[in-house]
Design a binder for this molecule. Sequence first.
Ligand code: FMN
Length: 240
Amino acid sequence: MPLIQLARGRRQEGPGRRTLVAAAGLGLTAGLMPRSTMAEAANSISLTPPARGEARSLQAALAQRRSTRSYTTQALSLAAVSELLWAAQGVSSDRGLRTAPSAGALSPLELYVVARHVDGLASGVYRYAPAAHAIERTLEHRGGPELSRAAGGQPAVAAAPLVLAITAIPARTAAKYGARASRYVAFEAGAASQNVALKAAALGLGTVVVGAFDDDGVAQALGLSAGVRPLALMPVGRPG
Ligand SMILES: Cc1cc2nc3c(=O)[nH]c(=O)nc-3n(C[C@H](O)[C@H](O)[C@H](O)COP(=O)(O)O)c2cc1C
């Protein structure tokens, strides 16, 4: 896989693997990062820091958000992918709190990206690491026809240059909230998906929440571990 150098990322070479260490996008240094975050960062691709200003207002994004199911074949930029992921689950506070609210701040959501046509990104399935604002490729293949089949052949899922998958580890929330966890986790997925939809509108991109799919089929296509549940797919592309 080609080495991808993005803004403010620090470059490191690992044995047999080319790596980028992230963290700089959030002003974190290795010394301040928890051990798990450092491990996450070891094989990751750093993403561009979230933009501080937005060309379009929130009001405009709210007015323009519309479910969009048809896209051009134009590739997405890695910067756009970075913005979408940050909007969904980016860390936005020194305490590690995120852009979407989370019951008890337990953050059960895990984001995956199925990249098919993204400039500078090899195709495959990537997992988002919020603390490092980085992505790590978890699968080189899959996420293609398998994912479309699991979504009943919906054209939006089949043809989009990128599909963002919102998944959750409900046990994280259930450990504290028991039976109420399922409503809390669904609520959080809704908040994250709306953040993505508004960010997509602000970037002039189109997306749609896809909830009609076979859970096991999507889990298989994304290579999810046991205990990780897919909740929504969001194909993203330039409206066309
Ligand atoms: C939970 C949920 C699941 C959805 N599942 C699908 C789906 O599987 N396929 C699809 O094309 N649209 C899906 N949608 C999008 C709705 O069809 C869409 O929001 C609705 O038609 C209203 O249009 P709007 O989003 O442009 O306001 C889903 C929306 C939600 C909130």
